[in-house]
Ligand binder design. Structure first.
Ligand SMILES: Cc1cc2nc3c(=O)[nH]c(=O)nc-3n(C[C@H](O)[C@H](O)[C@H](O)COP(=O)(O)OP(=O)(O)OC[C@H]3O[C@@H](n4cnc5c(N)ncnc54)[C@H](O)[C@@H]3O)c2cc1C
Length: 288
């Protein structure tokens, strides 16, 4: 139990929601993501397919992106906003963790996941320090219902705190490059050195000046953003659909702020990829 609590704390720190803001699915479309469990008709080996790391990019001082290719050129399909479970072999043990697909695979980009270093975290530190090009991992099929609503053609607002930008970034690209939507992006982070994908986002803001409004909100190491401050940033966007991903407290405030400025609840899409603890355990850990 203690381990699960610790785990939940670390997911918090890493910027991923450990539950829905109010403890229940807010929007049926965006209900809790089903864990990528191995279906009865598949073996573990069929479900977790081998993939090779092909490229590595340092995103920020504490986050790194890993591109991968499926073995024998097998297809890998993912919608923007989805995540995968990945198995890593570390010192003779298999560890399984979930990571958002941070590239726009559905439009031909190379599959990629982005790992933030978590203090004393087993897998994140190992990825930063030891996962290199040519190494093999095993990847589940992508899953998760946090996606761009296909019927929504109106303005899209994306809010991300910390590594919460990983699933949001491909959604922004999809909305910007493959629709005519007006897009608003709000980044919440400690400082600009910590904000993943900041350079490409700034480049987009330059290129799509007429359609993209990028707001960067930096709160410093100990700072936090209040609901009122988020509401101020959201003023005038009540006709939009809003997509958000970040730590639970941020999500709670952001969601409440969105409602307070009049955003329709069924247009608020919270990344409810609730971090079901069992999901995060390695097969060895589960067996214990
Ligand atoms: C759907 C989903 C998507 C996600 N997407 C991303 C993503 O895109 N990018 C990303 O970076 N992360 C993502 N995460 C989080 C990610 O899955 C991992 O949880 C994260 O990388 C930390 O894993 P770790 O192995 O480094 O930490 P762990 O080893 O699991 O440790 C977590 C924490 O527990 C503490 N701890 C561990 N064991 C003990 C012990 N015995 N006693 C005391 N303390 C202990 C560690 O100090 C650490 O702080 C996602 C999570 C979910 C659920």
């Amino acid at each position: 139990m203690e381990q699960l609590r610790e785990w939940a704390r670390s997911a918090d720190e890493a910027g991923f929601p450990t539950g829905l803001p109010d403890g229940k699915p807010r929007n049926p479309v965006e209900a809790v993501a089903a864990p990528p469990r191995v279906p009865a008709e598949k073996s573990e080996r069929e479900w977790f397919r081998a993939a090779c790391i092909t490229n590595i990019f340092k995103e920020t001082s504490d986050s790194v992106s890993f591109e991968f290719e499926m073995r024998d050129g097998e297809a890998f399909h993912a919608q923007p906003g989805q995540f995968v479970a990945i198995r890593f072999e570390i010192e003779g043990h298999t560890h399984e963790r979930c990571y958002a697909v941070s590239s726009l695979v559905s439009r031909g980009e190379v599959p990629r996941f982005t790992v933030k270093r978590v203090s004393s975290g087993c897998v994140s530190n190992w990825c930063h320090d030891h996962l290199r090009c040519g190494a093999w991992i095993r990847v589940s099929p992508p899953t998760g219902q946090f996606r761009l609503h296909p019927l929504n053609t109106e303005r899209a607002v994306f809010m991300a705190a910390g590594i919460g930008m990983a699933p949001i970034f491909p959604m922004i690209k999809e909305a910007l490059l493959f629709s005519e939507r007006a897009v608003r992006v709000m980044i919440f982070d400690r400082d600009e050195e910590s904000a993943p994908f900041l350079a490409p986002l700034r480049a987009f803001a330059e290129r799509y000046r007429d359609r993209l409004d990028l707001t960067e909100i930096y709160v410093g190491k100990a700072g936090e953003v209040t609901q009122d401050a988020i509401a101020d940033h959201l003023a005038g966007t009540c006709d939009a659909s809003i997509y958000m991903c970040g730590p639970p407290e941020f999500m709670r405030r952001a969601e409440a702020a969105a409602i307070s400025v009049g955003l329709c609840e069924d247009r608020i899409f919270v990344n409810a990829n609730a971090a079901i603890p069992a999901l995060q355990m390695s097969p060895n850990e589960r067996a214990q």
